[in-house]
Design a protein around this ligand. Structure first.
Ligand SMILES: [Zn+2]
Length: 114
């Protein structure tokens, strides 16, 4: 069973490494811009917007990293393709597109509506 998803696991780890790198870059950029204090209000506004975008990207990367880590745990545990909400099998076509999905399409669309 555990060998079935070796390729997926490998891909997930690669994704994780790339995201970690991206997150480090984002964090460094935020830190760098924080050091620059002198600017007029218009520049400050642009700066705040940039920080917001970076915050968003940072949060998004963190959410993705958490989801990927959980997917790897599920592979090791042997319930990788099982919906974590209802226990049904997740459509493998969807897992090919988003390998760290934790829910079947029914539960995912329900969650979106909330
Ligand atoms: Zn489900």
């Amino acid at each position: 069973m555990s060998n079935d998803y070796d390729d997926v696991r490998h891909n997930l780890i690669t994704m994780l490494e790339e995201l970690d790198e991206r997150l480090t870059t984002i964090t460094q950029e935020v830190r760098h811009t924080d050091e620059v204090v002198e600017k007029d209000s218009e520049e400050q506004a642009t700066q705040n917007e940039n920080n917001e975008v970076q915050d968003y990207l940072g949060n998004f990367a963190r959410v993705e990293i958490a989801a990927i880590k959980q997917a790897i745990v599920r592979i090791d545990r042997g319930d990788y393709d099982i919906c974590q909400t209802c226990g049904e099998v997740i459509n493998p076509e969807r897992l090919k597109i988003l390998p760290y999905l934790a829910q079947c399409i029914k539960c995912a669309s329900l969650a979106e509506k909330i």
